[in-house]
Write a protein that binds this ligand. Structure first.
Ligand code: NAP
Length: 310
């Protein structure tokens, strides 16, 4: 029997995903009608991006799962009309991209690249960086992305600490949890990486009090979500040198408005939410595998816990 898969995302994404998804569905043996236009009561699965016009899931009475194209689900998880399972994106390409972005920006600050690249002024600044083994990087969030970044940085020799909601035991990473664990992570974070999902609990996590726990000259990287940080508190903290620099990839309002003080601040680097992208070829295989599982009555992968919000 044909499985009806509604692609509910914008046209540009449809152009990117149509062929990879058709190929991936065929490869897992699902006979699928993949389309952007299927009557709601006939839809079996919805491939979804939060920018979609589809906001009312009530008419999708036989839909077995909504399969999100992005890792972050904060814009859909609280939708009161969504009562079917929601899966988020876990994609090897997305993970690799994040590891590369985080590693690159950690090394920028660790090696002091700005000092040597931006100031070719005849001054002999003989100020060699410490070895990675003498530099602590703390990562808030030890999920799919945080753990992969932590392992890559530990592989380079960095002293890596990570913080998560539940206790963990990951080789080469000092795993922390709870309020005391967060305090410990922040106090030792020469470079702090935020890779938490945005939930009620994590919104404004980095407030003035927590920013004040960072060592002087610490650096923050935020490829997680903009609202993990209180913007005003960060701007005030930058003036005190704790942190000394913030490299921000995510913002409360995206695109970041031209008048936002982050753009002009000398101690802020803005990157336009490019830390990592879901890659259609690998992401299509993840979606197809979940549809195969649904059709075979096997448990879905990467389900979102609606109570936790991620
Ligand atoms: P994930 O696998 O769900 O991992 C989330 C991690 O955060 C887990 O370790 C979880 O702890 C921890 N966490 C959640 N709530 C917490 C709390 N209240 N206190 C302490 N720890 C908490 O997510 P992921 O795939 O790694 O992605 C993380 C985020 O990255 C996404 O939600 C998205 O916002 C962002 N992202 C950004 C980009 C970009 O281009 N900038 C791209 C992709 C994703 P447990 O392990 O105990 O559950």
């Amino acid at each position: 029997m044909t499985t009806n898969v509604l692609f509910a995302a914008n046209d540009a994404l449809w152009q990117d995903y149509r062929d990879p998804l058709r190929k991936a569905l065929a490869e897992v043996g699902v006979d699928a009608n993949l389309s952007t236009d299927i009557p709601a009561p006939k839809v079996d699965y919805i491939v979804y991006s939060p920018g979609s016009d589809l906001q009312d899931f009530t008419p999708y009475t036989r839909c077995k799962a909504v399969l999100n194209l992005w890792a972050g689900v904060e814009n859909i998880v609280t939708n009161p009309t969504l009562d079917m399972p929601l899966a988020r994106m876990v994609d090897e390409g997305l993970t690799q991209g994040m590891v590369e972005w985080v590693t690159g920006h950690v090394l920028r600050h660790h090696l002091g690249l700005d000092t040597h690249i931006m100031h070719q002024d005849g001054t002999w600044r003989h100020d060699p960086p410490p070895l990675a083994t003498d530099r602590t990087v703390a990562i808030l969030g030890l999920g799919q992305l945080g753990q992969a970044c932590g392992e890559a940085l530990a592989g380079l020799g960095f002293d890596v600490a990570g913080w998560s909601r539940s206790p963990k035991d990951i080789p080469e990473i000092t795993c922390l949890h709870g309020d005391d664990g967060l305090k410990d992570a922040l106090e030792k974070a020469e470079i702090l990486v935020l890779l938490l999902p945005l939930t009620d609990e994590t919104t404004d996590l980095m407030n003035a009090a927590r920013l004040a726990l960072l060592p002087r000259n610490a650096v923050i990287l935020n490829p997680g979500r903009g609202a993990l940080i209180d913007d005003d508190a960060l701007l005030a903290a930058l003036d005190l040198g704790k942190p000394a620099h913030a490299t921000l990839d995510t913002f409360r309002t995206e695109p970041l408005p031209p008048e936002h003080p982050f753009w002009a601040h000398p101690q802020v680097t803005v990157t336009p939410h490019i830390a990592s992208e879901t890659r259609p070829s690998s992401a299509a295989r993840v979606i197809a595998e979940n549809i195969r599982r649904g059709e075979a009555d096997e448990p879905f992968l990467h389900l979102v816990d609606r109570d936790l919000g991620y």
